[in-house]
Design a protein around this ligand. Structure first.
Ligand SMILES: [Zn+2]
Length: 134
């Protein structure tokens, strides 16, 4: 673990999909609140968001197994495993320079330490504007 001036605590986390075809590691700020979103796709999949900058994420295995699903504005790129169907990480619309990892898909992450906040994805523009305020 490393600490920086913003009081982030970064930890190297390992994750992947159910069948193991997709494997990644990411240096994640584990002090960030997890986001639970109520939009059409997050509510169906039960996705719990943990954001990591693109440069702190390494896909170790499974690039050729990833399938993309896009809808609506197509700014998000929903990536899921073509073998087991699990969406372990994807490109969110809200954080264009980060991946969003599904906290359920991490092997060494302690849910008991995490704060979960709700994100009103059904009213995306308003929720995004409120989130960007300091
Ligand atoms: Zn899989």
């Amino acid at each position: 673990m490393t600490e920086n001036s913003k009081n982030q605590v970064k930890k190297l986390l390992h994750g992947g999909c159910h069948c193991g075809a997709i494997q990644f590691e990411a240096l994640v700020d584990i002090t960030q609140p997890l986001l639970q979103c109520n939009c059409s796709i997050c509510s169906m999949t039960g996705f719990i968001h943990l954001f990591v900058p693109h440069q702190d994420f390494q896909l170790q295995q499974g690039l050729d197994q990833l399938t993309s699903y896009q809808f609506n504005t197509a700014q998000a790129n929903h990536l899921f495993c073509s073998v087991c169907g699990v969406k372990s990480f994807y490109q969110p619309r809200s954080h264009p320079k980060s991946w969003s990892i599904n906290a359920h898909c991490l092997k060494n992450f302690d849910f008991n330490m995490a704060v979960i906040k709700t994100f009103d994805g059904q009213n995306w523009e308003q929720a995004q504007a409120e989130m960007d305020q300091p």
